[in-house]
Design a binder for this molecule. Structure first.
Ligand code: TXE
Length: 480
């Protein structure tokens, strides 16, 4: 059985406490690896190593740091197949998806921020004949990065890459549910020339390791992606310590389908935006709002397409959906479907666990599920499910569509399908969301601000926003 290790001060180490946790393969429901069950002592050792490493890493300058990060990206790319297999085994997602999206995007994150830092500008403000101001952006020092299980290496690198590029040293915690690719990456850091202590990866449980990072007095900034409740707990601990916080939390994203859209393109993309990664992406559309004049046509065509999706072995090329991430998560999602039934919803397709044969008989599979007949205020249309479950609601006017779209406490992403340019602008402005996709979904330019409003989070990641988060701005004013 594979034994995973922490990366602290450039060394691969067991947890100080000596205990381990089980790591499960969702496809089979079986334990296949052991994870260090770290605690505050491991976080403390990582933080001390990071502080020791900081002056030299910062002094290496943008080009030196960029070169090391580009080497790391290349080493991951050289081993893309190994990373993709680990990601699929650990998370349950189709191998083809890990090959096509997760690992290439992790590599792209490293390359993007390794080069973005070379072009990161500072501003100057001239005051006529009085003075000149310039903004000096310096790294914070040691920062904490806490990431979730749905896109493991993709979201892990999305945080550590801007942090490292900006000159910080990092204490990072991948999700205990999906630690494998972060461990695989930790074995490449030395060969990439990342000095000891610059990137520390501490594995273990959220309430132990994540909480120790959040509460550590020598880690003044935390970047977190995960559930809204966890985000609130992190904010509660970090706020009195005046830590810088970036929180990317849950969503309940609306998809607004107007009758004038390109129906076939909308249909293809809406199947993807509903069920990619078993619906476990914070950007998935989970409430599909359809103009009444095409509602029946949409419902019939959509349900037919969803019924044709194949749930199966993540390694099989023909599988559209693999397993959901854990037994607990499967139970949660199935519970949400039961709740929808008890609220009066009609399950048009799916609605149950899928039992496979042979080695996969204990795996955690759920049929893609479409529910209709529920109003906007019921729990099913208010609470994040984070699984292969979507609801349908009809609307009559643009104003109705917007009222439905904005009727949750979340505000991460939204999708609009229309060919009316005027409406595009009106609706995009009125949606309460950090991200609006029009006639597309998951098209990502890494330079754009990424994040949500309301309970979907605080702050923005991506591009200049991420580099600004991981630096402190100092104004220098010089009298002329
Ligand atoms: O997330 P958690 P979970 C949503 C989704 C899902 C729910 C719970 O609705 O069903 O959140 O998922 C660490 N202090 N999203 O339980 O617990 C934890 O170890 C510090 C949306 O997996 O928020 C992990 O590394 N850290 C989301 C990370 O936080 C703590 C993606 C996320 O775990 C901690 C995942 C604590 N007290 C789930 N407790 C998205 N927006 O993409 C846990 N952690």
């Amino acid at each position: 059985m594979e034994q995973l290790l922490n990366l602290i001060d450039g060394e691969l180490r067991s947890a100080v406490g000596g205990t381990s946790l089980d790591v499960y393969a969702p496809a089979t429901g079986q334990v296949y690896a052991q994870l260090p069950d770290s605690d505050d002592r491991d976080v403390h050792a990582a933080t001390e190593a990071a502080h020791r490493a900081f002056p030299a890493w910062n002094a290496l300058g943008r080009e030196g740091r960029s070169a090391a990060m580009l080497r790391l990206a290349q080493l991951i790319e050289d081993d893309l197949e190994g990373f993709a297999q680990d990601e699929s085994r650990d998370n349950g997602k189709p191998l083809a998806l890990a090959r096509r999206v997760d690992i290439p995007r992790a590599i792209a994150n490293l390359r993007f921020f390794a080069t973005a830092i070379l072009h990161f500008p500072s501003e100057a403000h001239l005051m006529d004949d009085v003075a000149v101001n310039y903004t000096d952006r310096q790294p914070i020092g040691v920062v904490g990065c806490i990431s979730p299980w749905n896109l493991p290496l993709y979201l892990f690198t999305w945080k550590i890459a801007p942090a490292l590029a900006a000159g910080n040293c990092v204490v990072a915690k991948p999700s205990e549910v999906t630690p494998l690719t972060a461990f695989r990456m930790s074995r490449l850091c030395k060969a990439a020339g990342i000095p000891p202590g610059v990137l520390n990866i501490v594995h273990g449980l959220g309430p132990k390791v994540g909480a120790a990072i959040t509460a550590h007095p020598c880690i003044p900034a935390i970047s977190f992606t995960g559930g809204t409740r966890t985000g609130a707990e992190i904010a509660r601990v970090a706020a009195p310590m005046f830590k810088k916080l970036s929180l990317e939390l849950g969503g309940k994203n609306p998809v607004l389908v107007f009758a004038d859209c390109d129906f076939e393109e909308m249909l293809d993309t809406t199947v993807r935006s509903s069920f990619t990664n078993q619906g476990q992406i914070c950007l998935c559309g989970s409430r599909i709002l359809v103009e009444r004049s095409i509602h029946t046509r949409f419902r019939d065509a959509f349900v037919e397409r969803v019924k044709a999706l194949r749930v199966g072995d993540p390694n099989a090329a023909e599988s559209d959906l693999g397993a959901v991430v854990s037994h607990g998560h499967m139970e949660k999602v199935l519970g949400c479907i039961e709740l929808a039934r008890s609220e009066g919803g009609t399950v048009l397709c799916g609605g149950e666990r899928v039992m496979l044969d042979g080695a996969l008989k204990d795996g955690w599979y759920i049929a893609p599920t479409v529910i209709e007949g529920l109003g906007p205020q019921c729990r099913t249309n208010q609470e994040e499910i984070f699984g292969p479950v979507v609801t349908l609601q009809p609307f009559d006017t643009e104003a109705d569509a917007l009222a439905l779209a904005n009727a949750t406490s979340y505000g991460l992403a939204s999708v609009v399908w229309t060919r009316d340019v005027q409406r595009t602008h009106r609706v995009a402005r009125a949606l309460q969301a950090g991200i609006v996709w029009v006639n597309c979904w998951m098209v990502r330019d890494l330079r754009t601000p990424f994040g949500g409003v309301k309970q979907s989070g605080v702050g923005r990641e991506g591009g200049v926003d991420a580099l600004r988060f991981f630096t402190e701005a100092k104004n220098v004013c010089i009298k002329l």
